[in-house]
Design a protein around this ligand. Sequence first.
Ligand code: AMP
Ligand code: ZN
Length: 112
Amino acid sequence: MENCIFCKIMNGEIPTTKVYEDELCFAFLDIEPLAPTHFLVIPRKHIASAAEIDGDTAAVVGHIYEVIAKLAKEMGFSEGFRVVTNCGADAGQTVHHLHFHVLAGKQLGSFN
Ligand code: AMP
Ligand code: ZN
């Protein structure tokens, strides 16, 4: 997708610190971390937001959660972690390529 910063990160046009990649998804450090560990996991296919997930794209979301569980074990999030996807203007979504924030490494507090 033209002019999508996350597509540009995946194709190497914008530099990043990669955490993980496979044929379906890509993970990289958030540029403005909100926790000691804060990375984003995105599908390789450009999907605008969680509101666009349908029967054709649901499988990649399951795969992303599987990858997150594997990374959590490997990276040692023994005290827990949080997965967040902001969807739409009211939720503060700023990049319109589906992404899952993974936050860990501090007490994250209650969520609201
Ligand atoms: P959201 O507000 O849920 O759309 O989150 C977008 C996230 O992308 C924010 O946490 C930003 O810090 C992050 N972000 C924006 N540009 C970059 C970039 N070039 N590299 C890494 N993370 C970025
Ligand atoms: Zn994109």
